[in-house]
Design a protein around this ligand. Structure first.
Ligand code: ATP
Ligand code: MG
Ligand code: FE
Length: 336
């Protein structure tokens, strides 16, 4: 079964061709990151316009790389939530037109379910149930993945997402956008005990998280240093910051894994690329005896392959959309 998958929820336009869920025949991705870097964050209106420009050409590119024609496609999958509403709408409308024109089933896919599915592509043996830490630019949640299409959020951030926190910290420190990757690289040469940073607990909700205090602490350090004309130890700060983020995420993920007892832990989303987080989870899972599943680096960030993979499982579960499919800025992962 050949799935054509469309992703446009943030600042990557992607179109992939995926066979039987787990075999990626092609994944054509156009990143707009350079365009938004000037502004230090994604500008929604620019994102929408760039998706419109890129999407048809990427579809032709993906089909030719996969060596298939439009006639070979069996269904069209598309990210319909969550994301920047104008950006998601571009992909949804394009996918609708394709499905209508080719008379094919249209399968709506939750973007974060797609991030989780990136693990199925990297690990052909992985099947639910497992506990998945979903960490990206807009999401930070610990998810109980019961089946391919039945999921429940066990704990989530009450404020900022971890990726957003990386991006804001990097911006105030002047080390680039998007900031997660540069912070990660800078941290490798730093002392993670150099700065004491807060690791908040949410009272009465041991699996929930909060990152806003950590973000504010970095902003304050940066502003105070600027006022006093002092230089911060940037590698030390990046390392301390990475340790704090990981120190919030890892114990909660392991506690969720202990409660569920599946013996399998996965990670998903852009922040899953973080080397400190990966190393800390590897250590924690070695100690607990859980098997850890990490997506390969190129599948951590937004891509079309993950949407094609999850779209296949949604398709098998009977999920279909009509021409009235809408886009949503927010959507519970449990509702799909
Ligand atoms: P969502 O998936 O929640 O809708 P998104 O699609 O914008 O949000 P992704 O593209 O999945 O997010 O991930 C992007 C985020 O990942 C950015 O915040 C980026 O800084 C972060 N990131 C990327 N690489 C790393 C890294 N090595 N360490 C930490 N963060 C990283
Ligand atoms: Mg992006
Ligand atoms: Fe994403």
């Amino acid at each position: 079964m050949i799935m054509l998958a469309v992703e446009s929820s943030c600042d990557e336009t992607a179109v992939a061709v995926v066979r039987d869920g787990r075999t990626v025949l092609a994944d054509a991705i156009a990143s707009q990151a350079d365009m938004h870097a000037v502004y230090g964050g994604v500008v929604p209106e620019i994102a929408s316009r760039k998706h419109v420009e890129a999407i048809a050409g990427l579809t032709d590119l993906a089909l030719s790389r996969a060596e298939v024609t439009k006639g070979d496609i069996d269904a069209v999958a598309v990210t319909y939530a969550p994301g920047l509403i104008g950006a998601v709408l571009v992909g949804v409308n394009y996918a609708k037109a394709l499905a209508f024109g080719l008379n094919l089933p249209l399968v709506p896919v939750h973007h974060v379910r797609g991030h989780i599915a990136a693990n199925y592509i990297t690990h052909p043996d992985l099947e639910p149930p497992f506990v998945c830490l979903c960490v990206s630019g807009g999401t930070t949640a610990i998810v109980d993945v019961r089946t391919y299409t039945e999921m429940e959020v066990l704990g989530a951030t009450r404020d900022d997402a971890a990726g957003e926190c990386f991006d804001k910290a990097a911006r105030v420190l002047g080390i680039g956008y998007p900031g997660g990757g540069p912070m990660d690289r800078l941290a490798r040469g730093g002392d993670d005990g150099r700065y004491e940073l807060p690791r908040a607990h949410v009272d009465g909700a041991p699996l929930d998280m909060s990152f806003s205090g950590l973000k504010t602490a970095v902003l304050n350090l940066a502003h105070n240093a600027q006022q006093k004309g002092e230089k911060l130890d940037l590698p030390g700060l990046a390392a301390s910051f990475g340790a704090a983020v990981s120190g919030i995420l890892v114990p909660r993920t392991m506690e969720a894994a202990r409660r569920k007892g599946y013996g399998k832990v996965a990670v998903a989303g852009g922040v899953a690329a973080n080397s400190r987080l990966r190393a800390d989870l590897e250590r924690a899972c070695r100690e607990s005896g859980d098997i850890l599943y990490l997506p390969e680096l190129k599948l951590c960030g937004d891509n079309g392959a993950m949407i094609g993979c999850q779209g296949y499982y949604e398709y098998l579960a009977g999920k279909r959309a009509g021409m009235d499919l809408n886009a949503f800025a927010n959507r519970d992962i449990g509702r799909g």
